[in-house]
Design a protein around this ligand. Structure first.
Ligand SMILES: *[C@@H]1O[C@H](CO)[C@@H](O)[C@H](O)[C@H]1NC(C)=O
Ligand SMILES: *[C@@H]1O[C@H](CO)[C@@H](O)[C@H](O)[C@H]1NC(C)=O
Ligand SMILES: *[C@@H]1O[C@H](CO)[C@@H](O)[C@H](O)[C@H]1NC(C)=O
Ligand SMILES: [Zn+2]
Length: 701
């Protein structure tokens, strides 16, 4: 019952992966002599090695670093007046193109390898590559040559031009054009910020305060929850201030006073101590950003994203918030009435929201999710997903047998364009959980498609990692509905990667603008709520001809949208806080919180006595000023859905347009332009608001 917040993400491997890379006569080719290593079938166009030993990973890492230093030194040695594309940019592009799959080979073993040694070697490689490439991005000598090239104004095609702009930015965002004293200051700020973030996190982790309750105080809690609690010496039940114990109580406990006490204590969790750290962090981040020439930290963060400026983010958040106010207020009055009916109590606070949302859902419809699960055996879901992508995007997935993989349950598929039969790419699919394997869900690129150099075009190779668990030995693996959505979502990232036709490796991977890259996957999630597509993915495990009923589909969708107003308002509130604190030089966080809360939360004040800034891991560890990203992509995905697909989900004409206009350009063009061109107008929040408000509460019960 405790909500496991599933981490869905694309692992971009911070510095190393997205970065750099080599040219001719590779040291590496000796180690990677494929003809000797491939025991099984060779894959055309794919230089991914899936079965490296620990020592091979180490050797490969050495040679990547060696080669990259060689190329950087070479570029740095070009006399400024001789800097042209062929001797400055081309070697860097070639390096990146060649090294990218090698780097990924070193890194992905960390997540899936079956041996401890290999995983450890891979983690070591990640550390070494990361710090190496960070160092590369600070090389002043290389930066000077690149700038000399830019000053000469050589003509470039649009993608190459964009590449150079990004390259220059990479250096400048790392302080390459600062004076040495300012650069020192920047390093010192970075160091202090890391130290404070760590302190903040440590305070969170070491907090082991608990509350004690009698069983009566916890009326309403499921028996297995009560059983899971420790006891004090006097026999009371201990509730620790950890989300996995607090959230279930807020959702299930019938005793209003208990909910309030738990919510208040949780809201004071790391108290004054962490608030002070956060306020200091905000000041340091501001200094850091202004040192680099930005007006504030939020602008520094927004620059390489689709939003580009924090003003744009503000406008977006305010617009969505305002448009949802009416809906949220109606939902709130519904919940208030429910509380009066149940507890005879007319007061209503933030602490009541989770409990009454759950109660309202229970009263409005009853959906047994364990029954739903019986309709989603893994194999059927997988083939349904392939069928949908085939119908919609004209892609065909074919399993490739007899190839080397790292575990016998890993599958490999080739993906072709159905009409031309052109091979577009490969995807490794590692679905089942096992010891030592990465426990979350993610998609990563092992090789990017690219064709910017003389070498033959490389095709994209993707890896999808999932964490399905086999429940019973000889029954098929059954998926929870949330996992069905999750898998579908991840496959959209795979398709995005495979359909990407950008010519530069930098733009053809998954490391696109962070508030843009989720849009296609968010869009496609909508297919999981429509009966025409759910039918293709479902069938009862005892009789697969029986798929999920129309009625069930309706309920699942309703469950998604019910109380969206209040839920989104809470999210928007945090996003606003995140933007505001990172747009100022110094701020009283508690006062801001108190002031803003009732404004956004349709009149509900902040729970008395709480210091919510004290337990926000996101704000401290580097997701700073990026909280809006999720909502941003959801909103624009809904815009596309409402205007292009809603009435005809499997329309291949629309699907191909999407594939060609949104997926194919990848990161090679400005995402805002891509989207506007595809829509024939600027992206808008309307589709999202319409979807959320049309699927709302019955007006009276
Ligand atoms: C560094 O370059 C950026 C962008 O070209 C510019 O805005 C900034 O003023 C430069 N800083 C210095 C110290 O030259
Ligand atoms: C991977 O390579 C190791 C040794 O190089 C070998 O023992 C193992 O069987 C290989 N695994 C697979 C799945 O081919
Ligand atoms: C992945 O699956 C394993 C085995 O079922 C489970 O113990 C683990 O909690 C799962 N990971 C996540 C993040 O849910
Ligand atoms: Zn995603």
């Amino acid at each position: 019952m405790a909500k496991v917040n599933k981490v869905r993400r694309i692992v971009a491997f911070s510095g190393a992966a997205a970065l750099t890379a080599v040219v001719v006569n590779f040291v590496i080719s000796i180690i990677l002599d494929q003809s000797k290593k491939w025991k099984k079938r060779d894959l055309p166009g794919c230089c991914v090695r899936v079965n490296l030993s620990a020592s091979e990973i180490q050797k490969l890492t050495d040679s990547i670093i060696y080669k990259s230093n060689e190329i950087y030194d070479l570029v740095a040695s070009i006399p400024l007046e001789e800097a042209i594309y062929a001797n400055v940019i081309a070697p860097l592009v070639d390096l990146e193109e060649y090294q990218y799959p090698l780097i990924q080979c070193c890194l992905f073993h960390k997540m899936v390898a079956t041996s401890d040694d290999v995983r450890k070697a891979s983690a070591d490689a990640e550390r070494r590559l990361d710090s190496h490439f960070q160092m590369c991005r600070k090389r002043e000598d290389v930066y000077c040559v690149i700038k000399a090239f830019v000053r000469r104004g050589e003509w470039l095609g649009p993608e190459a031009k964009r590449y150079v702009q990004y390259l220059v930015k990479d250096y400048e965002r790392n302080g390459a054009n600062l004076s040495s004293s300012k650069r020192k200051e920047m390093e010192s700020l970075k160091f202090q910020m890391e130290k404070l973030s760590l302190e903040y996190i440590q305070n969170l982790a070491k907090n082991d305060n608990f509350l004690s309750f009698s069983e009566k105080d916890l009326t309403g809690m499921p028996p297995q929850f009560i059983k899971s609690l420790d006891k004090t010496e006097s026999g009371d039940l201990k509730v620790f201030l950890k989300s996995y114990q607090v959230l279930p109580i807020l959702e299930y406990c019938k005793v209003g006073a208990t909910r309030k006490f738990v919510a208040t204590s949780y809201g004071q969790k790391c108290g004054q101590e962490n608030l002070i750290i956060l306020e200091k962090l905000v000041q340091l981040r501001h200094k850091f950003a202004t040192l680099l020439g930005y007006s504030n930290y939020a602008d520094f963060v927004a620059e390489p994203r689709m939003a580009k400026t924090s003003t744009k983010v503000f406008e977006f958040l305010e617009e969505v918030s305002n448009k949802l106010s009416h809906l949220a207020a109606r939902e709130l009055s519904f919940l208030r009435k429910l509380k009066v009916e149940e507890e005879g109590d007319t007061s209503f606070g933030m602490e009541d929201i989770p409990y009454y949302i759950r109660r309202a859902k229970e009263l409005l419809f009853n959906l047994d999710l364990s029954e739903v699960r019986e309709y989603f055996p893994l194999n059927l879901v997988l083939s349904g997903i392939f069928k949908i992508f085939q119908d919609l995007f004209g892609l065909s997935f074919v399993e490739v047998k007899d190839v080397e993989v790292w575990h016998e349950t890993v599958l490999l598929y080739s993906i072709r364009d159905s009409s031309s039969n052109e091979l577009l790419g490969y995807v490794y699919v590692d679905l089942l959980s096992r010891d030592g394997k990465f426990g979350h869900t993610c998609v990563l690129s092992l090789q990017n498609g690219c064709s910017s150099t003389k070498v033959a075009r490389k095709i994209p190779v993707t890896l999808l990692i999932f964490n399905c668990t086999k429940q019973i030995d000889d029954a098929p693996v059954m998926m929870r509905f949330t996992d069905v959505i999750g898998l579908f979502h991840e496959f959209c990232h795979v398709v995005h990667h495979i359909c990407n036709r950008a010519s530069f490796s930098r733009f053809s991977g998954l490391g696109l603008e962070a508030d843009f890259v989720e849009i296609p996957a968010q869009l496609l999630e909508n297919w999981c709520y429509e009966s025409i597509s759910i039918e293709m993915m479902s069938g009862h495990y005892e009789d697969i001809t029986k798929s999920v009923t129309m009625e069930m589909c309706k309920l699942l969708k309703k469950k998604r949208d019910l109380f969206s107003g209040l839920k989104l308002k809470q999210e928007i509130f945090l996003c606003l806080i995140d933007q505001i604190i990172h747009s100022s030089d110094s701020i009283d966080i508690l006062e801001l919180w108190n002031h803003l809360h009732p404004k956004v939360m349709v009149g509900l004040p902040l729970l008395d006595g709480t210091k919510p800034g004290s337990y926000l891991p996101r704000a401290a560890i580097g997701y700073d000023a990026t909280c809006y990203s999720q909502l941003w992509s959801e909103v624009y995905a809904a815009d596309i859905f409402a205007s292009k697909f809603q009435d005809d989900l499997l329309n291949q004409h629309s699907g191909l347009q999407f594939r060609n206009k949104i997926l194919a350009p990848g990161g090679s063009r400005d995402p805002y332009d891509i989207l506007s061109e595809y829509l024939g107008r600027e992206p808008s929040t309307r589709g999202f608001i319409d979807i959320k408000t049309s699927n709302s509460l019955p007006s009276e019960r």
